[in-house]
Write a protein that binds this ligand. Structure first.
Ligand code: GDP
Length: 483
């Protein structure tokens, strides 16, 4: 059987429909080429030929401009000299976008993918801040070069504070009328965090790109998935349509291209997968994120999980106690439930429920949770490795339930190509009614988009500008997503 399956795995399958380059050595990063074999079904979402060719040209550009090249050396020397230059003067062959690490892993993956798509559209190369542990969790995505920002990068020596008060913060400069379109600075800082103003978020718009496009170095700090806003720019839109004819596949495809867990993380994924998921008839992922002060175990959240999974028929009902015990021959199937949460109590309860009583359908439900770290410890190596392993494990399940507004959940379902059931965020210690909603799209939500797209008319609602951008189902406020 193994020979047959090996032979039927054409190189194109291994390269996920041409999404991946074959130019890497396998052993340095097993997950890159072995990933497809863990998925029961190959992803039905194939990359367009145009995306494939764009990625291959990006790889050439990255090799020419990346660290350790003459172009990079020249560009950083100019950056240090920090002289504005007049429009029309040559700025050198390479332009960069530097991604600064911040917030949890889900936030980081969403923003790297957003910055990368922006780089693809504007012919820049992306370099990622590696003062934290990027290289402990993710392999290099581009062959023959590196995406890690060298540690001696001049603007990362501790003297610069990238926030709204920074003198080269684009939104602040706009507000202070300090932008002069004929004099182009060596670098600008783009601030796209939850506390950003519309001026910051609208850097993707056509009128803003006129200047920004000419700036050799962009430094971006973001914690939101700003991809939906790229569609607001009429110059980007036709290109995006060609890259992603299926609009809700953007993160699914970009994440499969960019994110390859290191061998250590991949070992955690595969061991857990073979121990708990691979032999089940069906798998269900449940990601439980509690956003509140003194987060932990709450009965109303437990009830919400039980009601949602029952109502949506994701888990069977329990048989009434009077019913005779089901015997071994009446077991119809085994369902493995993978719970991820910082708190172990949710899965402990679920596990007891299905151990103490039979299910009404004869299904056996096996519940497991890989870790229960109690609190977020971003930048601690093993903690982040576990987080990434769990994101991947969730992505391997057949069906998935995730928590509203959690980027950890967004990344997991989108990598998996799954439309999740989203658990609404509870208010006032009560179980929301309804407890969850089925998402119409596998795209992550842009939690804090600009209110009116790129329109000058501030009365416009950004969720109503295009038919394929909608408000997110899991939020009461104005998130946006592609579908
Ligand atoms: P968000 O805060 O839910 O949007 O997701 P982030 O991933 O950005 O930040 C949460 C961080 O908390 C994660 O990166 C992990 O470090 C930790 N964390 C939260 N939930 C889990 C979980 O279910 N499993 C593990 N291992 N870590 C988690």
């Amino acid at each position: 059987i193994s020979t047959v399956s090996k032979e039927s795995e054409t190189p194109r399958d291994k390269l996920l429909g041409g999404l991946l380059t074959g130019d890497f050595d396998e052993g340095s990063c097993f997950s890159r080429y072995h990933k497809s074999s863990l998925y029961r079904q190959p992803s039905p979402y194939k990359p367009s030929e145009y995306l494939v060719s764009k990625l291959r040209s990006y790889e050439v550009l990255h090799k020419r401009c990346g660290p350790d090249t003459k172009a990079y050396k020249e560009a950083t020397e100019n950056l240090v000299r920090d002289e504005n230059y007049a429009e029309g003067n040559s700025i050198g062959e390479c332009r960069y976008i530097v991604w600064i690490a911040g917030y949890g892993l889900g936030n980081r993956m969403l923003t790297i993918a957003s910055a990368f798509l922006y780089a693809l559209l504007t012919e820049r190369i992306i370099l990622v801040d590696n003062r934290k542990d990027v290289s402990d969790i993710l392999c290099e995505p581009f062959p023959g070069t590196s995406w890690l920002l060298p540690l001696d990068f001049p603007l990362m020596n501790g003297t610069y504070r990238f926030d709204k008060g920074y003198s080269r913060c684009y939104g602040t400069m706009l507000n202070n009328h300090a932008i002069n379109s004929t004099s182009i600075p060596q670098h600008l800082y783009l601030h796209n965090l939850h506390d950003s103003r519309d001026e910051d978020k609208m850097f993707v718009c056509e009128k803003d790109q006129g200047l920004i496009n000419k700036v050799p170095w962009l430094i971006i700090q973001a914690n939101v998935y700003f991809v939906p806003s790229l569609w607001f720019n009429p110059t980007f839109r036709p290109e995006l349509m060609k890259l992603f004819p299926q609009k809700d596949t953007v993160f699914h495809l970009l994440s499969r291209y960019l994110f390859h867990p290191t061998n250590q993380v991949w070992g955690m994924v595969t061991r857990y997968y073979h121990a708990h998921l691979s032999r089940a008839d069906e798998t269900l992922g449940i990601q439980i994120r509690v956003f509140r002060k003194n987060a932990g175990y709450f009965q109303h959240v437990m009830d919400q999980i039980v009601v949602c999974t029952k109502r949506e028929k994701l888990l069977p009902e329990l048989a009434s106690q009077e019913e005779p015990q089901v015997n071994a021959s009446s077991i119809t199937k085994v369902k493995a439930v993978l719970v991820t949460s910082l708190y172990p109590e949710y899965s402990d309860n679920l596990k007891s429920m299905f151990w103490e009583r039979p299910s009404s359908t004869g299904e056996v439900v096996e519940v497991n949770q890989p870790s229960g770290e109690r609190f977020q410890q971003t930048d601690k190596k093993l903690h982040d490795q576990k987080a990434l392993a769990e994101i991947y494990l969730l992505s391997l399940t057949d069906k998935i339930v995730t928590s509203a507004r959690s980027t950890f959940g967004y990344v997991a379902y989108s990598i998996g190509g799954l439309k999740p059931w989203l658990l609404f965020q509870p208010r006032d210690l009560t179980t929301p009614d309804p407890p969850c909603v089925r998402s119409t799209s596998m795209e992550p939500c842009y939690l804090t988009p600009p209110f009116h797209g790129c329109e000058a008319d501030w009365g416009k609602n950004s969720g109503e500008i295009f038919p394929f951008v909608m408000h997110c189902e899991d939020l009461v406020d104005d998130g946006l997503k592609l579908y």
